[in-house]
Design a protein around this ligand. Structure first.
Ligand SMILES: *[C@@H]1O[C@H](CO)[C@@H](O)[C@H](O)[C@H]1NC(C)=O
Ligand SMILES: *[C@@H]1O[C@H](CO)[C@@H](O)[C@H](O)[C@H]1NC(C)=O
Ligand SMILES: *[C@@H]1O[C@H](CO)[C@@H](O)[C@H](O)[C@H]1NC(C)=O
Ligand SMILES: *[C@@H]1O[C@H](CO)[C@@H](O)[C@H](O)[C@H]1NC(C)=O
Ligand SMILES: *[C@@H]1O[C@H](CO)[C@@H](O)[C@H](O)[C@H]1NC(C)=O
Ligand SMILES: *[C@@H]1O[C@H](CO)[C@@H](O)[C@H](O)[C@H]1NC(C)=O
Ligand SMILES: *[C@@H]1O[C@H](CO)[C@@H](O)[C@H](O)[C@H]1NC(C)=O
Ligand SMILES: *[C@@H]1O[C@H](CO)[C@@H](O)[C@H](O)[C@H]1NC(C)=O
Ligand SMILES: *[C@@H]1O[C@H](CO)[C@@H](O)[C@H](O)[C@H]1NC(C)=O
Ligand SMILES: *[C@@H]1O[C@H](CO)[C@@H](O)[C@H](O)[C@H]1NC(C)=O
Ligand SMILES: *[C@@H]1O[C@H](CO)[C@@H](O)[C@H](O)[C@H]1NC(C)=O
Ligand SMILES: CC(=O)N[C@H]1CO[C@H](CO)[C@@H](O)[C@@H]1O
Length: 664
């Protein structure tokens, strides 16, 4: 049974956002080979005062604009309701990442990026793994070549006039070895995409080599990225429709079936539509029934809005949206509810046919996001609400898109050019969403989620319960309001007996709370999770700074209540037992070596010798990096200067897009 608010919303479909597009071609400093610090990096992004940089000319990922938080609303504190139905059970790696194929490598140099590995280890230690998709528009024309000059993994050719500016990509098998190297170090598994630009001349090498090289580290292959936009983007003739997609998908299914080099047959993913077609338009072609044996998962892609007019000023998208005007749209529960409402019928259908239903690509806005919104603390709260709402609505997973430096949405962005040796990444507030969700869902793979309809459905204070093995284990309580006076903090009175399912027989003596906080929803810096931060702009190395702070709140066992304060703004993750706390909260996290850097080497990297031999649990000096083991904290002091063996010395793998790290 749906809560009434949700029911009503299923009828009100969110307006279809435009294409999910990585922005290319906006002026940016990446790729600069000089050593000078770009002037824009000293521009402030701190504090909460509204700041509109008049002259900012750097890449969007480093735009220091600070918006005004929406004024505080009236918050009538209400006792919590029973909430909606429990979701189906979920696995730990629910909220992962989607990385545009063409930005996996941005410069032709070859290192695994230590901050990236550290960040993925943070998520994997909490969730038991991380799911990452490498793909997007650029997968469609991608072509395998046996090798590239200087051992590069990827070569991009700009395509003049392409609407989304998507470059053509040639990739070498080294790309897949690189991904497998990452998997051997951190518990990452990958989604890849089979090119779909031309189904009369299929190129299945990514599946053939993907299976051979990545083995069980490949989760599945997307077939067609946003096919409902092909006609609009000029990739199919006018009139090409759902029926055509159905037939072309079948061509790939048959080709994969017939290909002896693709041993796994049941892991294709579709239809990955993003808006113009509804999922029902595709289901009504008989898609699920026809291809059930070939389908590993059903998927969609969707963004609540787009910033295409600003990203492509000459493409006829109209007047650019003023980010300040849409900020409030992200700062209430209606946003998450609307985003999932259009898929409730489909998640239901997917469950009935036993297929996972994935949000394959999403974030605050397509075409690069909105500066000041997408990279604000408000986006972190929004990301938690949206992900948990998807879990509640029986999605099986969701991937936050990483578009590169010309993009405001990024959960993490390498430095714009060579600044300092390391500690120089920018960790977007929305990365913290992935951490909170990972800790909230834990690694038991048994969790079920309910929207608690908290405060009688107050849109500024949503809350979720998380049941583990049918027992209420954790709560996530959000407060979207900014009010430094404290007048909009709220208390949740946790009483027992109000929920129908799996509450503890007795109120615990105390509960433990971890807070996600920042000064304001507008803030970009000083985001703190449980007392720790990943650093401000240009300051992150992917490890936490500061000591973890857990708040113990005593409960009144006579009255059977616990009073849990939730700051404005902020999120509280409440652990109802020691077991619920320890499972998702690693006491130590593996880190990759950045301690032994010297100016002469001037980089942070992982030893090639380790990469070449690691199979995931044999690298004793780093603990069990690909497992969910919480134990192996170690620094590696020796190995930081070697190249990935099969790659040329001039190359550096700018993993996931983006970085420039230099070897002197
Ligand atoms: C960002 O824009 C610049 C300038 O057009 C371009 O050189 C660079 O490749 C772009 N970055 C990405 C990630 O597309
Ligand atoms: C599909 O992409 C490949 C590789 O870029 C290209 O050679 C081919 O012409 C494209 N097919 C069509 C129909 O555009
Ligand atoms: C990529 O494929 C599309 C068809 O999906 C085609 O329109 C486009 O021209 C191709 N681009 C290149 C450079 O081959
Ligand atoms: C797609 O177009 C074909 C040819 O016009 C038509 O027969 C078919 O019914 C259309 N399919 C849908 C789902 O509209
Ligand atoms: C759900 O989708 C199926 C398949 O497209 C359709 O037949 C049915 O009418 C839909 N139900 C609702 C409530 O939208
Ligand atoms: C809440 O969010 C929805 C959806 O994003 C938006 O339409 C609405 O205006 C927001 N409400 C307020 C009061 O800001
Ligand atoms: C999610 O799935 C569960 C189990 O099948 C079901 O009881 C519940 O109603 C579903 N929730 C939603 C929001 O559809
Ligand atoms: C929350 O409860 C604490 C402890 O009883 C109290 O001091 C505080 O004023 C309450 N805050 C609100 C907003 O009700
Ligand atoms: C919390 O309660 C447990 C008993 O359930 C007790 O062992 C523990 O010491 C308490 N912790 C604090 C900080 O009060
Ligand atoms: C606990 O609740 C009981 C019953 O409501 C009340 O009498 C008592 O004062 C409360 N204890 C504390 C420490 O607040
Ligand atoms: C790695 O995991 C294996 C098997 O679980 C265990 O025996 C070993 O001690 C672990 N190693 C480290 C360094 O944690
Ligand atoms: C574990 C693993 O996949 N290692 C690979 C790392 O990359 C090198 C170079 O491409 C490969 O030779 C290894 O097999």
């Amino acid at each position: 049974m749906l809560p009434p608010a949700l029911l009503a919303l299923t009828l009100a479909l969110a307006p279809a956002a435009r294409a999910a597009v990585t922005v290319y071609g906006v002026q940016g400093a990446l790729g600069a080979t000089g050593g000078a610090t770009p002037a824009f990096t000293s521009d402030t992004a701190a504090g909460t005062a509204v700041y509109d940089p008049p002259t900012f000319s750097g890449p969007a990922a480093f735009n220091p604009v600070i918006l005004a938080p929406p004024p505080p609303p009236d918050l009538a504190a209400m006792p919590r309701d029973r909430g909606g139905p429990l979701s189906m059970p979920h696995a730990g790696p629910f909220l992962g990442f989607s990385i545009e194929m063409s930005v996996v490598n941005q410069v032709s140099e070859t290192y695994l990026q230590v901050p990236f590995l550290n960040l993925m280890a943070l998520v994997a230690d909490r969730a038991g793994g991380v799911h990452i998709r490498v793909g997007g528009n650029s997968q469609e024309n991608a072509t395998m070549v046996p090798s590239l000059p200087n051992g590069a993994i990827l070569e991009k050719t700009d395509v003049p006039g392409a609407l989304t500016g998507t470059p053509n990509v040639a990739w070498s098998p080294e790309l897949l070895y690189m991904l497998n190297n990452v998997s051997s170090l951190v518990g990452v598994q990958w989604y890849l995409g089979i090119p779909f630009n031309d189904t009369s001349h299929l190129r299945l090498q990514i599946a053939e080599l993907g299976e051979a090289i990545l083995g069980e580290n490949v989760l599945g292959f997307q077939v067609g990225n946003e096919p409902d936009l092909y006609v609009q983007h000029g990739h199919r003739p006018p009139g090409w429709n759902e029926t055509n997609y159905f037939h072309e998908f079948g061509i790939v299914v048959n080709a994969v079936d017939d290909d002896a080099h693709i041993p796994a047959k049941g892991n294709l993913i579709g239809p990955s539509i993003s808006g113009p077609w509804t999922p029902e338009d595709v289901w009504n072609t008989g898609y699920i029934e026809a291809y059930a044996p070939a389908l590993g998962a059903l998927a969609v892609e969707h963004y609540p809005a787009d910033n295409c007019a600003a990203a492509f000023p000459d493409a006829g998208f109209g007047i650019p949206t003023n980010p300040q005007d849409v900020f409030a749209d992200y700062l209430n529960h209606t946003s998450a509810q609307r985003l999932v409402s259009r898929y409730l019928n489909s998640t239901n259908i997917a469950q009935k046919v036993g297929k996972p239903f994935l949000m394959f690509e999403t974030n605050t806005a397509s075409c690069g996001g909105f500066p000041g919104v997408s990279d604000s603390f408000g986006a972190a709260l929004w990301g938690v609400d949206y992900a948990l709402q998807m879990a509640y609505a029986n999605f099986s997973g969701a991937l936050l898109h990483v578009g590169g430096q010309n993009n405001s949405n990024n959960p993490f962005t390498p430095p714009p050019t060579r600044l300092s040796p390391f500690e120089e990444w920018t960790i977007g507030p929305i990365f913290y969403s992935a951490l909170v969700v990972a800790e909230a869902l834990g690694a038991s793979d048994t969790v079920r989620v309910a929207d608690l309809d908290l405060n009688d459905g107050n849109i500024y204070t949503p809350g979720y319960g998380i049941w583990e093995n049918d027992n209420l284990a954790r709560l996530v309580l959000l407060n979207f309001v900014t009010d430094p006076s404290g007048a909009h903090d709220y208390n949740v009175t946790l009483t027992l007996g109000g929920l129908d399912f799996g509450e503890p027989a007795q109120v615990p003596a105390n509960v433990t709370v971890k807070y996600l906080t920042a000064e304001s929803v507008s803030a970009k810096e000083n985001v703190v999770w449980g007392g720790q931060t990943l650093g401000n702009r240009f300051q992150g190395d992917g490890t936490f700074q500061g000591d973890e702070q857990l708040v113990t709140i005593p409960c009144n066992q006579t009255a059977a209540t616990c009073l849990i304060p939730v700051p404005a703004p902020g999120a509280a993750l409440v652990f109802l037992s020691e077991a619920a706390l320890s499972e998702g909260t690693p006491t130590t996290t593996q880190t990759f070596p950045t301690t032994a850097m010297t100016k002469s080497i001037n980089t942070a990297s992982v030893a090639a010798s380790v990469l070449a031999t690691s199979n995931g649990n044999s690298a004793a000096n780093r603990g069990n990096l690909s497992s969910t083991d919480k134990g192996g904290f170690a620094h590696d002091n020796g190995a930081n200067s070697l190249h990935h063996p099969a790659l040329a010395a001039t190359s550096l793998i700018a993993l996931l897009g983006m970085s420039v790290i230099f070897v002197a």
